[in-house]
Design a protein around this ligand. Structure first.
Ligand code: ZN
Length: 996
């Protein structure tokens, strides 16, 4: 839980839905299928569960008008309860999940100096039981039992709690949830344990550069300013004698008034029913007079006009420029953050970014306005190349040169209005965010935004040139903090006390400040031009109410084209993608890496020409995975042919330069080498697991070495050879696109990429772990300074039937909350504690995996495995004692959480696309899994549990053990068939493989 804690990535208003300036082309990875197509089976039973509830006539409450998107069919009502609780009620009869969020207008800024992290600790404590529901984790397990999820985060000035739950279980969830804000237990025993979870969370962040830099900003803030404090807390700040008294005092002072809180509830029931429940369950939230935050009244930074040299953990080079701005939170209708981001960090021709890229100094630019209650600051992150670091001051000068151009010609409502048009367009065709994000962000927004604006409507937005001038005037050399973050060894004389970050601080040279303040723009710098990608035609070809099956179109050999209209969305939008697969590259790791450089170079060429398209809600680009090059166009149907043309033109010409090749290569090498600085558990999942289970595979170090050795000539030769190489192309036109257009687009792609068509393709091989012989892979901490140890246990189950696969996934679903309650809440083994069930579907095999993942700052990984095994042995009783009803509910819960109704076209697309990219083509998978679940008996569950998890003679288990700093393997454990990371390749050669 709480993985997003603290505020560095959530600058309140700026971070929520109105930020969306840089739209990415990554589709959601969730598997979603078209549940409307299905009838009977498990769905039919689900419908049976939808009880029609008696309507209660609620009392009339004061209410506000909200403005929703024309694309939004939910019913909204914004009311104020008698205790002052402002609540948004959202009725959505078609939803499959309900949700709620409470935002409490208090955060780390309110922490007492002598108990830093208290707001965050209290957030954790509220999960541990209430007077009405005293059992620890009763709330979480209710949510989980009913196919939901929950989380919370503590930001600078707000604490946000939220959940999703099966649509029929909202009332019970609201009842339990409300108790957080009415009568929590805050019991001493729970506090004594949970402080370790807070500490483990901090330990997890210790080696994370984002957290370190965030804290360094805080450290350099004015000590009189509340932002100066450390937000998340650890044992040192919280594990003290009377912290419990502090928790109670904090709760009574800041949670004591419903008028500081904002509630959002989404359910299938009509608004009056939702209102009735909210009145019933939240009436007891106290109505004491609200807490009124006091403005800090001191400058945010202790000192400005300074250069700060910083040593990062990972190998990154960046320039970070920071300024305090006038407070902007309340002036959100002037859209200043969006404007600043667009004009100063856009990637259009003539932009600052473009200018810097021409010199090969930068890899990217990111800009955020952090709007926190009472103060704002601008963060500009410019990612530098090796060459760029040597020119950090030149890059800073370029910033001021471009700023001058903007100040002289760009602070115009004419330019601002283009941003407004984009906001209007995206509001008109607004797609729903994930339900948990919707409730959580909206509750936060309700703290600041007028009722009319909380659903993202830009109707009331107004240009304010004077404000723009004031804001830009505050961005000066002498009011700046210039951070240069680089692994280049500087002599650094200071340490930030909480994370130990090495840095040194210097006054910026007066002549440099003078030079920057009078810098003039260069000839190649220009303001953004008109956007020719703005869609004008919004014709919709299909009615989602009608049934649309996927169809395979008639195409020549070696080209397969699929067409599928949406079953959910009547939007003028599409996703068109093609996978170009080169089977002959299959065992050649070097070739797969060259393919990834090729994709990166293509995207690099496309950056400036397609930037306006991204502004207009389009995305387009290339990606390389293994032996497959993917082309993707998504967004509005109208300009899609133009985007496709630009993509294909880039590939036809392939005008690459050695200078850009060097930059791309440097970036890709860094990505590989920096993987070891990820959180250790992330490294276990993303790096070690594929290295263990698939073939061919290479470690990040091996990949970096191969990349480093590649030359520009080699890349050129490779690209030339690709043009003549045999390949297979699979295309999918999804959403608002007609069949003839799919055929036309696919044919254009084939004309660009295909000379020699082939029909067979291969994906990766999967390793069958040895039976009856638990294997241990001992891995020293990839980052030697990281104290965290990790256990990742993998129990593999090569399955013949869907029923077997679903039985294992069902086991994981049933036991997940018990594992969490035992291993995290009770035993406090770590902050990251979870079990994961996955089935890998591929062309010629299916493999189900049950996985236990624990990261601990204190315990050895072997001990973690002992405890996990002890849990698994005892948990057989839980499965044994399951009643028929419980088993049935678990089946429904699992199915629901695997196959939610999609909220976006890209989510719906992803389900179909996954079947194509994995060559499984089982487009009725959701239905099939529902059927398989229906057949599973308790005996079957117990049998699979024994065979896969318990029975040491039969099971196929491998455990990856990462030893944190100071921990080593216990030699008395040698019976566990150890394999070293270096020995893995040889070890895999002796095993069976599922040929893909
Ligand atoms: Zn937390």
């Amino acid at each position: 839980m709480d993985v997003d804690d603290d505020g560095y990535d959530m600058g309140q208003y700026g971070a929520s839905r109105l930020r969306g300036l840089l739209r990415t082309c990554q589709a959601h990875k969730e598997n979603v299928v078209n549940a409307l197509k299905l009838g009977g089976g498990i769905i039919g039973v689900l419908l049976f569960f939808s009880i029609v509830r008696a309507l209660v006539q609620p009392t009339t409450l004061p209410s506000f008008e909200v403005v929703s998107s024309p694309n939004d069919n939910r019913v909204h009502k914004y009311v104020v309860l008698p205790n002052g609780l402002r609540t948004l009620l959202v009725s959505d009869p078609k939803c499959d999940q309900a949700a709620a969020a409470m935002d409490v207008g208090v955060g780390a800024l309110e922490d007492p100096v002598e108990r830093q992290g208290l707001a965050h600790f209290l957030e954790h404590m509220l999960f541990l039981g209430s007077q009405k529901y005293p059992m620890e984790n009763e709330y979480s397990s209710y949510i989980h039992r009913n196919a939901g999820s929950n989380n919370a985060h503590t930001a600078q000035s707000s604490t946000n709690f939220y959940f999703t739950v099966h649509k029929n279980s909202l009332e019970g969830a609201l009842d339990r949830f409300a108790q957080f804000f009415i009568a929590p237990l805050l019991n001493p025993n729970g506090a004594a344990r949970e402080v370790n979870a807070v500490n483990n969370e901090h330990t997890k962040n210790l080696q994370d550069d984002n957290w370190r830099m965030w804290q360094l900003r805080k450290h350099l803030a004015n000590p009189e300013h509340p932002f100066h404090k450390f937000s998340t807390g650890n044992l040192e700040t919280l594990d003290k004698q009377d912290t419990l008294d502090y928790l109670w005092a904090f709760y009574q002072q800041y949670y004591g008034s419903a008028s500081n809180m904002r509630l959002v509830v989404v359910g299938q029931e009509p608004v009056p029913q939702l209102q009735e429940w909210v009145q019933q369950y939240f009436a007891a939230v106290p109505a004491k007079s609200p807490f009124v935050p006091q403005p800090a009244n001191v400058p945010l930074w202790a000192e400005t006009g300074i250069k700060v040299l910083v040593q990062p953990i990972a190998d990154v080079q960046k320039l970070l420029l920071v300024w305090e701005l006038p407070p902007l939170l309340k002036k959100y209708r002037a859209m200043v953050p969006q404007f600043v981001r667009y004009i100063m960090a856009g990637q259009f021709e003539g932009s600052l970014y473009h200018h810097l890229k021409e010199q090969n100094w930068v890899e990217g630019i990111d800009l955020d306005v952090n709007n926190i209650r009472g103060f704002s600051f601008l963060d500009v992150e410019i990612f530098l190349t090796e060459e760029g670091v040597k020119h950090a001051d030149d890059v800073t000068r370029a910033w001021f040169q471009y700023l001058r151009l903007v100040q002289e010609q760009g602070l115009k409502c004419k330019i601002w209005k283009r941003q407004l048009e984009m906001e209007q367009l995206s509001f008109r065709f607004q797609q729903k965010p994930k339900l948990e994000d919707f409730v959580s962000d909206t509750a936060t927004d309700m703290q600041t935004l007028e009722a009319a604006d909380i659903l993202g409507s830009p109707k009331n937005f107004k240009c304010d040139e004077q404000l723009l001038r004031t804001v830009f005037a505050s961005i000066t050399p002498s009011s700046m903090l210039q951070f240069i973050v680089s692994s280049v060894p500087y002599s650094l004389d200071s340490h930030e006390p909480i994370y130990g970050t090495s840095y040194s601080k210097h006054r910026l040279n007066a002549s440099l400040l003078m030079e920057w303040s009078v810098a003039k723009p260069t000839a190649d710098m220009a303001l953004p031009g008109d956007n020719s990608y703005v869609p004008k035609v919004f014709t919709v070809f299909f009615n989602p109410e009608n049934k649309h099956e996927i169809s395979r179109l008639h195409t020549p050999a070696g080209l397969v084209a699929w067409h599928q209209p949406s079953q959910y969305f009547a939007d003028p939008k599409l996703v068109f993608t093609c996978l170009v697969t080169y089977p002959h590259l299959r065992t050649n790791i070097t070739a797969t890496l060259l393919l990834s450089i090729y994709a990166a170079l293509l995207n690099d060429l496309l950056e400036a020409p397609l930037y306006p398209a991204s502004e207009a809600g389009m995305s387009g680009g290339y990606d390389a995975t293994g032996i497959t090059l993917q082309l993707l166009v998504s967004g509005y149907t109208d300009p899609s042919s133009k985007v496709l043309m630009v993509l294909l033109m880039a590939a036809k010409r392939s005008l690459f330069t050695k200078a850009r090749f060097d930059v791309m290569k440097e970036q890709l090498v860094k990505v590989q080498l920096n993987k070891k600085f990820d959180n250790a558990y992330v490294y276990a999942l993303r790096v070690l697991r594929p290295v263990l289970l698939t073939s061919p595979s290479a470690t990040p170090a091996e990949q970096a070495a191969i990349l480093n050795a590649t030359t520009f000539e080699q890349l050129e030769e490779f690209v030339t050879s690709l043009a003549e190489a045999p390949n297979q192309i699979q295309c999918l036109g999804f959403g608002n696109i007609i069949q003839t257009q799919v055929t036309e687009y696919s044919t254009q792609v084939a004309a660009t990429f295909q000379r020699v068509p082939v029909d067979e393709t291969h994906s990766k091989d999967f390793i069958v772990l040895p039976e009856g012989r638990d294997t241990t892979v001992d891995v020293p901490a990839p980052n030697p300074d990281d104290v965290n140890s990790v256990l990742l246990s993998i129990y593999e189950f090569p399955v013949k039937s869907s029923t077997d696969a679903m039985a294992l996934e069902l086991i994981q679903f049933i036991l997940d909350q018990d594992a969490y309650a035992q291993l995290r809440t009770q035993e406090q083994l770590g902050y990251v504690v979870g079990t994961y069930g996955t089935t890998v579907h591929a062309q010629r095999y299916n493999v189900s995996l049950y996985q236990v993942l624990i990261q601990s700052g204190e315990q050895s990984p072997q001990y973690l495995d002992e405890r996990a095994e002890a849990f698994l042995s005892s948990a057989v009783d839980i499965l044994y004692e399951q009643t028929d009803d419980e088993l049935w509910n678990a089946k429904v819960g699992l199915w629901q959480s695997k196959w939610p109704v999609p909220l976006k076209l890209t989510e719906e697309f992803q389900t179909v696309f996954t079947e194509i990219s994995s060559h499984t083509f089982q487009f009725t998978r959701a239905w099939d899994e529902g059927q398989a679940l229906g057949d599973i008996t308790r005996e079957h569950v117990l049998e699979v549990y024994d065979r896969v998890l318990l029975n040491k003679e039969k099971r196929r288990k491998a455990r990856l053990l990462i030893y944190g700093k100071g921990k080593t393997a216990d030699p008395s454990e040698r019976s566990m068939n150890p394999v070293s990371l270096d020995g893995l390749k040889q070890w895999k050669e002796g095993l069976d493989m599922l040929r893909g």
